[in-house]
Design a protein around this ligand. Structure first.
Ligand code: FES
Length: 164
């Protein structure tokens, strides 16, 4: 992984915002890395840890905890569907199936795991995530950074239309 000078300058500047505890800079740095590369590569975890004087596990635990951070490249538009209890009961498994159908994603390629599934053309990717903090309004999903509550299955084609 090559960190371009411009990105490293942004990272160094970000670290200055956390003079008391460099550890607090780990999450913003992960966002900068993901914004630049599209995902968090394994060697980025060690790189950030060295930069902040931490152990790689301190950075890895953030990556595995926060659903918005991903360790695999996503499609051009990335869909996250909450599968935690309230959303599951409100139909999130069916919703993910419907997204897959309309986005031409092979739903059964990886089963119900947390892996990112992608359409053949790379336009869409999808994954299940844990609670997105809107449990009373399920099923909840995100497309890129946009948040959608109480998504009905028949809204899916229209939603995808917005992301070309
Ligand atoms: S259970 Fe889906 S947002 Fe909390």
């Amino acid at each position: 992984m090559e960190i371009p000078a411009e990105l490293e300058a942004r990272i160094d500047e970000e670290i200055t915002h956390y003079p008391v505890s460099k550890r607090s800079a780990a999450l913003p740095l992960l966002h900068l890395i993901q914004e630049h590369f599209g995902y968090i590569q394994d060697d980025a975890i060690g790189w950030i840890a060295r930069k902040l004087g931490l152990e790689p596990i301190n950075v890895l635990e953030l990556v595995t905890f926060y659903p918005m951070l991903r360790r695999e490249p996503a499609g051009k538009h990335h869909i996250r569907v909450c599968r935690t209890l309230s959303c599951a009961m409100a139909g999130s498994y069916e919703l993910l199936d419907t997204f897959c159908k309309h986005a031409r994603i092979d739903r059964h390629h990886n089963g119900h795991g947390t892996h990112i599934l992608k359409s053949e053309d790379g336009k869409y990717s999808i994954e299940f995530v844990e609670c997105l903090a809107s449990c009373g309004f399920g099923p909840v999903c995100m497309i890129n950074d946009d948040f959608y509550e109480a998504v009905a299955q028949d809204e899916v084609p229209q939603l995808l239309e917005k992301y070309q």
